[in-house]
Ligand binder design. Structure first.
Ligand SMILES: [Zn+2]
Length: 310
């Protein structure tokens, strides 16, 4: 049973301008490095479909979806429209956002149906800052939540864990999923960083661990061992989704946590072990942040290698 790798050329057409860290090259360097490492030889490569409005509406208010679609349609070729101080759209962004969410829907189908045990979505724009009714933080649709809700609506799966190790707190996922008893969300993030929340979880189903700046891999691993793993063992997830952001890497200018590839490898191994125990190994991993391109490529390779058992 090959692992699935899902991406789409449209994801590189969304462009927020020169010098923006969330740049089109992110998906290209990840793809190239996985190819160079031989990891794509071990994976089934698939193109992302477009997410449907019905699929998106499981995570977002229809008023937000309608408004975003309307704004996106008004963007003239060669121009950009600012959505928040850090986030803008060009003429291709809407299509890219539909592909990113669609990739996770396809990954969810492949893994929930048992056709593939694990899937990795190399996509942008990322999603975990997108709230039920708000874009922001480089995100428009909450890709991972769209996938989770798709599984709950279509498969006999009742408990899903969402693991988020991006250096920024997944406030969008928390906004949509808090107090949803079918979900356990486990998050680590750097304290006092965008979106400046998460220290106090919004719901009973949230395990939020705020890590002190410059605390390093030991603190990250301790958070997983002391907080995530006991909660995951109690919850017994039947499927696991990962908001896989690699911007806590020590080469990444957006944070100071100082993680390295070995930390992502180790974390992925822990997640694999949880998945093996209660979830028949079923994992869907979705790219979120990661802005130092060489470090992003190496970190994704370490994560994917561990995910597929290489
Ligand atoms: Zn991030």
């Amino acid at each position: 049973m090959l692992a699935a790798y899902i991406s789409h050329p449209d994801c590189a057409k969304h462009d927020m301008g020169d010098h923006h860290p969330e740049c089109p090259d992110r998906v290209r360097v990840v793809h190239d490095h996985l190819l160079a490492k031989g990891l794509l030889d071990c994976m089934e490569m698939l193109d992302a479909p477009l997410a449907t409005q019905e699929q998106l509406a499981r995570a977002h208010r229809t008023s937000y979806l309608d408004e975003f679609a309307e704004i996106a349609q008004q963007v003239a070729p060669g121009t950009r429209r600012q959505i928040d101080p850090d986030t803008s759209i060009n003429e291709f962004s809407y299509q890219a956002a539909l592909r990113a969410a669609g990739a996770v829907v396809l990954a969810s189908d492949l893994v929930a149906s048992g056709r593939n045990q694990v899937a990795f979505c190399n996509i942008r724009p990322p999603g975990h800052h997108a709230e039920r009714s708000n874009a922001g933080g480089f995100c428009f649709f909450n890709n991972v939540v769209v996938g989770i809700r798709h599984v709950l609506a279509n498969y006999p799966i009742e408990r899903i864990a969402l693991i988020d190790f991006d250096v920024h707190h997944g406030n969008g996922s928390e906004d949509i999923l808090f107090n949803d008893e079918q979900i356990l969300m486990c998050s680590t993030f750097e304290k006092n960083l965008y979106p400046f929340c998460g220290d106090v979880p919004m719901g009973r189903n949230m395990i939020n661990v705020a890590l002190a700046p410059r605390s390093g891999g030991d603190a990250f691993r301790a958070a997983i061992k002391d907080f995530w793993l006991p909660a995951l063992t109690r919850f017994q997830p039947q499927m696991i989704f990962i908001s896989a952001g690699f911007d806590a890497h020590r080469e990444d200018d957006l944070s100071t946590l100082q993680l390295v590839e070995a930390d992502y490898l180790w974390a992925t191994r822990q997640i694999n072990q949880v998945a093996a125990k209660s979830a028949q190994g079923r994992i869907v991993s979705v790219l979120e942040g990661g802005y130092a391109l060489p470090a992003l490529a190496r970190s994704v390779a370490a994560h994917v290698a561990s995910l597929i058992g290489e």
